[in-house]
Design a protein around this ligand. Structure first.
Ligand code: NAD
Length: 272
């Protein structure tokens, strides 16, 4: 019996990008607890070491950057070498723009911020999917993308981040269309979550941490609280388990405390 009391992913193998922190780390921990073995691609060596320390040989970690195709090739190869198969690929590593206002960016920072953010949040997902696909075809597995409520709504980030997450929604839909019926492709769209999500070197916000900023957002969320990474992890189990999500592809599962039903905030508009 595993730590969760269930073994929904017994015998399965997953690969998680950005699995060293936040939502990715919660997914790794939960996958292991459900009986899976997990490969991780993570750029922070200290977070990589912590994974190895905490999970031993159930988790293999490749230190690398999701913007580099060779990092994906190496992490997929290592996962297959050590664990023998790949059933679920979770594209998750991402960065944030700290709601940088479009009009204040200017041309140079739009270009530099776009390159850094889109190469991580969008190109990184495409390169990962490309590297993982042959193994997922072999196993009849699935792709799972971390989207965001910013893939569905405006206002949870700046133009760079919101556009990148809308692009991920398009990627989920297009890949689900192209890869059916062989490989399922779905997304999870978390709302505000207490993590170390970092900003952009191009905008001088690389060292910021989201959990220092979002603590007070609970009052804007129907369920009244800001989530922890573990609040989303079960959805990644669901999407990795074909017994429970075998008829799902192209779906984006919101996990945002009810943003869809929050209603409009009350505002006065002139004399109306
Ligand atoms: N925190 C939130 O409120 C929130 C909400 C919705 C969606 N998300 C999304 O969740 C995903 C995970 O973010 P998080 O909030 O858990 O943040 P996090 O910073 O805690 O975790 C992200 C991990 O990805 C790694 N990473 C970042 N850039 C990388 C790169 N280029 N190559 C390899 N690894 C890299 C980081 O080192 C970190 O360990 C992101 O896609 C983010 O956009 C976060």
């Amino acid at each position: 019996m595993t730590a969760t009391g269930t073994t929904r992913l017994d015998g399965r193998v997953a690969l998680v990008t950005g699995g060293g922190s936040g939502i990715g780390r919660a997914v790794v921990d939960r996958y292991v607890a459900e009986g899976a073995r997990v490969g991780v691609l993570e750029r922070d060596p200290r977070r990589a070491e912590a994974l190895t320390r905490d999970h031993g040989d159930r988790v293999t970690v490749e230190v690398g950057d999701v913007r580099a195709p060779e990092a994906h090739a190496a992490s997929v190869a290592r996962t297959l070498d050590v664990h023998g198969r790949l059933d679920a690929y979770v594209a998750n590593a991402g960065v944030y723009d700290y709601s940088a206002r479009f009009e204040e960016l200017g041309e140079d920072r739009i270009m530099a911020g776009f390159a850094e953010l889109f190469e991580t949040n969008v190109l990184g997902y495409m390169l990962g999917a490309n590297a993982a696909l042959p193994a997922l075809r072999d196993s009849g597995g699935s792709l799972i993308f971390t989207v965001s409520s910013s893939g569905l709504y405006a206002g949870g980030g700046g133009a760079l981040y919101v556009a990148s997450k809308h692009a991920v929604v398009g990627l989920v839909r297009q890949l689900a269309h192209e890869l059916a019926p062989d490989v399922r492709v779905n997304g999870v769209a978390p709302g505000a979550t207490l993590t170390a999500l970092g900003g952009l070197a191009a905008l001088g916000t690389a060292e910021r941490r989201l959990d220092a900023d979002v603590g007070g957002l609970g009052r804007h969320i129907p369920l009244g609280f800001v989530s922890e990474p573990a609040d989303h992890a079960g959805l990644y189990v669901l999407l990795a388990d074909p017994r429970d999500s075998g008829f799902m592809t192209g779906a984006i599962l919101p996990s945002d405390g009810g943003l869809e039903v929050r209603g409009a905030p009350r505002r006065s508009k002139g004399n109306r």
